[in-house]
Design a protein around this ligand. Structure first.
Ligand SMILES: Nc1ncnc2c1ncn2[C@@H]1O[C@H](COP(=O)(O)OP(=O)(O)OP(=O)(O)O)[C@@H](O)[C@H]1O
Ligand SMILES: [Mg+2]
Length: 147
């Protein structure tokens, strides 16, 4: 196991999808152009729900769903939001082939579900969000910002 980098940690407790959406919105308000966010958590943890909250804060009108087959969805808001779902990525190299360089270093926010599939291809500055299940509708959302 690799030790995690020093980080500033913030924890939210969610009791419902609405709470998770609200956490995503609050969190998104702290972001700057070029920020990259990796979402961790099992199937159905609420990664997409959290992203929907982020989209709300970015004034995105379009409904946000998981881009499972397309891998990347781009939304226009107060800043662009690049929503990636790498569940179907076969190998980390494929992530680079997707041509994500401009997104990761652009003027938008990139949020990545199943970022583990990208191996070490995400920037070191990536903000890590871990969603853990607590019963049926409880979630612990831990946000770690590398220092
Ligand atoms: N506290 C909660 N926060 C978020 N979602 C919750 C919560 N309680 C129940 N849910 C339900 O869990 C599901 C979360 O689905 P979501 O698509 O966001 O998961 P996901 O982590 O993106 O999964 P996947 O890995 O399949 O993309 C939704 O059906 C939602 O209604
Ligand atoms: Mg999802």
């Amino acid at each position: 196991m690799t030790p995690s980098l020093p980080a500033r940690t913030r924890v939210w407790v969610s009791e419902s999808p609405e709470d998770t959406r609200a956490a995503g919105s609050q969190f998104a308000k702290t972001l700057r152009p070029g920020d990259v966010v990796a979402l961790h958590g099992p199937l159905g943890a609420g990664k997409t729900v959290f992203t929907q909250g982020m989209a709300l804060a970015l004034n995105i009108q379009e409904p946000v769903t998981s881009p499972t087959f397309t891998l990347i969805a781009e939304y226009e808001g107060s800043m662009p939001l690049y929503h990636m779902d790498l569940y179907r990525l076969a190998a980390p190299e494929e992530f680079v082939w997707l041509g994500v360089e401009e997104m990761l270093n652009g003027k938008g926010i990139t949020v990545v579900e199943w970022s583990e599939r990208a191996g070490k291809e995400l920037p070191k500055r990536t903000i890590q969000v871990h969603i853990e299940l607590r019963g049926n509708t409880g979630r612990t959302i831990r946000i770690e910002r590398p220092l």
